[in-house]
Design a protein around this ligand. Structure first.
Ligand SMILES: [Zn+2]
Ligand SMILES: [Zn+2]
Length: 251
């Protein structure tokens, strides 16, 4: 399995990252993509990927929550680093209207600029779309970028159809295992070949670990849930999602 989205630079992993990665390996995880949120964490992603090059790959990008903090200097640095052959994707980028839409235009400008970076470098884009699905999709469509993933997918079937038509993949976190989640019907709708696994660690721990620190080993529970929903065996989910991730991210 491949955990296509984790934040290994988070403080939570400072003390025991080698053990965390070993547990992931023991659970059947061959690769973890550590996803940047801004300049500083992008630098950390590269350091972690270097220190654990057998297992970890890095991205470069700016999370929409950082739209008001990121400086022009940071953006120029990120754009320069993104061409490094160790960088396998641009992300995470996107829109996040969870806290209202106060800096909506800043977020949109940032998304357009980072999508342009993905387009120029022909790298897949890792798209965050919390409470902003429709607008995110519009901007992605206008950008001409047609390769990437809508991560931590949280929308319905109609939206999923549009994302797939655009050529993008979809990944789900532990939220599909939560009791009241309506996401299983969306999982059922999406062809297995267009799905990928992710934890978004240290957040979004799947049931029965909900509320605890999430780590890449828990991608197993997410794969098990997908297998249950789609009524296929676990090994099929593990194999197919791994092949998809290897191809999308050129791992
Ligand atoms: Zn995200
Ligand atoms: Zn994330």
């Amino acid at each position: 399995m491949i955990d296509t989205h984790a934040h290994l630079f988070w403080n939570d992993f400072e003390k025991d990252l080698p053990e965390v990665l070993q547990r992931a390996k023991d659970a059947g995880v061959s690769r973890v993509i550590t996803v940047a949120l801004d300049r500083e964490t992008g630098q950390r992603c590269l350091e972690i990927a270097d220190a654990h090059s057998d297992m970890v790959a890095a991205t470069m990008g700016v999370h929409p929550s950082e739209a008001s903090n990121v400086t022009e200097d940071d953006l120029l640095w990120i754009e320069a680093q993104a061409g490094d052959p160790r960088i396998i994707a641009i992300g995470e980028i996107g829109l996040d209207y969870y806290r209202g839409e106060t800096n909506q235009s800043e977020q949109e400008t940032l998304l357009e600029r980072t999508l342009e970076l993905a387009r120029q470098l022909a790298l897949p884009a890792i798209i965050h779309h919390r409470k902003a699905g429709k607008r995110t999709l519009e901007i992605v469509r206008q950008s001409g970028v047609s390769c990437g993933v809508f991560h931590c997918f949280s929308e319905g079937i109609e939206f999923a159809r549009e994302v797939l038509n655009l050529g993008f993949h979809i990944s789900f976190t532990g939220n599909i295992t939560y009791k009241k989640s309506s996401l299983p019907e969306v999982v059922a709708f999406i062809p297995l070949e267009r799905l990928m696994l992710e934890t978004d660690a240290p957040f979004m721990a799947p049931a029965p670990h909900r509320g605890k620190r999430c780590e890449p080993a828990m991608v197993r529970e997410i794969a098990e849930k997908i297998a249950e929903i789609k009524n296929v065996n676990f090994n099929t989910v593990a194999r197919v999602t791994t092949e998809t991730a290897i191809e999308l991210f050129s791992l």
